[in-house]
Design a protein around this ligand. Structure first.
Ligand code: BV8
Ligand code: ZN
Length: 247
């Protein structure tokens, strides 16, 4: 894999790395992406599923959709890309991992203090009293779980289109993007905001921004370097370089 001298020397020296991941980092685990040729959204329309009104109109359908995603996620494992980032965290003093993914695979790979911009499929909460629920009983007949305290409807703890990101999470992500020396944008088409702003915020303050993706994206013209290829192949090589330097 050929990388620029600049990236090579940064890997030597930097102690401040910020990473943004998208669905592409989980693709090699067998989790479908959203916007690729056979992506999830090519079959289903996000506006019909991933928004609050759609949920209130048809909670059964939305729970069916998330249970389908949950089943896939329970059957897969983190891949070398997830493990490489978990290892990189131990090699760098100031390391922040920000993910748009809801699949919990970074946490399962051992990453700590992950900033989950769009929530996590393993968590749910009651829309009436806000009670957080980790494991919902969704039976065939009653597809929509109800709160044991107030009997309100329970929803997935996932940020839908038009919803605010979790309190404080985007602010911490922005802080990390603003102070890092090296920013890695991995496996994201960079079309969803405000997440897609983060690489641009990093670039604006002078970080070296590297995109690791299977294809060029909306931000390819605004980053310093694009490494085209699979995250599961590229990341272990980059982390190995960092490790050799650390000795
Ligand atoms: C908000 C949860 C503030 C559901 C998701 C017009 C213009 C700009 C913005 C907007 C607009 N209209 C509305 C908006 C705002 C909207 C938005 O950005 N819309 C876009 C789509 C136009 N954003 C919001 O609504 C956000 N909230 O703005 O709140 C607010 C609130 C109220 C009023 C005013 C303001 C909330 C966004 C959260 C949406 N929720 N998901 C669910 O997941 O079920 S977004 C969804 O897309 C996923 O979370 C996913 O993470 C995210 C981004 O997708 P990617 O991760 O990038 O995945 P994708 O498939 O697109 O790309 C994968 C890439 O990987 C590809 O490039 C592929 O080539 C590559 N790849 C594949 N394999 C590999 C690989 N790369 C490396 N290795 C491989 N092996
Ligand atoms: Zn409740």
């Amino acid at each position: 894999m050929n990388i620029s001298n600049k990236l090579c020397s940064l890997l030597h020296t930097t102690e401040s790395i910020c990473v943004l991941t998208g669905a592409g980092i989980s693709a090699e685990s067998g989790v479908e992406t959203f916007r690729g040729s056979n992506g999830l959204w090519s079959k289903l329309k996000p506006e019909e599923l991933a928004n609050f009104d759609a949920f209130m109109r048809n909670p059964d359908l939305v729970w069916e959709w998330y249970n389908y995603q949950k089943k896939i996620i329970h059957d897969v494992k983190p891949n070398p890309a997830h493990y490489a980032l978990a290892h990189l965290q131990d090699l760098v003093k100031d390391f922040t991992l920000i993910t748009q993914n809801i699949d919990n695979l970074h946490i399962r790979a051992g990453s700590k203090n992950v900033l989950e911009l769009h929530g996590n499929i393993e968590r749910s909460y009651c829309i009436s009293c806000g009670k957080s629920v980790t494991h919902v009983e969704v039976t065939l007949e009653n597809k929509v779980p109800h709160c044991s305290s107030c009997h309100g409807i329970i929803r997935p703890d996932i940020v839908w289109f038009g919803e605010m990101l979790p309190e404080g999470v985007f602010e911490m992500a922005t802080d990390a993007a603003t102070r890092c020396e090296l920013f890695l944008s991995i496996g994201t088409s960079a079309v969803v905001y405000p997440a897609a702003n983060l690489p641009l915020i990093a670039r604006k303050q002078g970080a070296y921004v590297v995109e690791i993706n299977m294809e060029r994206t909306e931000i390819s013209n605004s980053v310093d370097e694009t490494l085209l290829g699979k995250a599961g192949e590229i990341l272990p090589q980059l982390v190995k370089m960092k490790e050799e330097i650390k000795g």
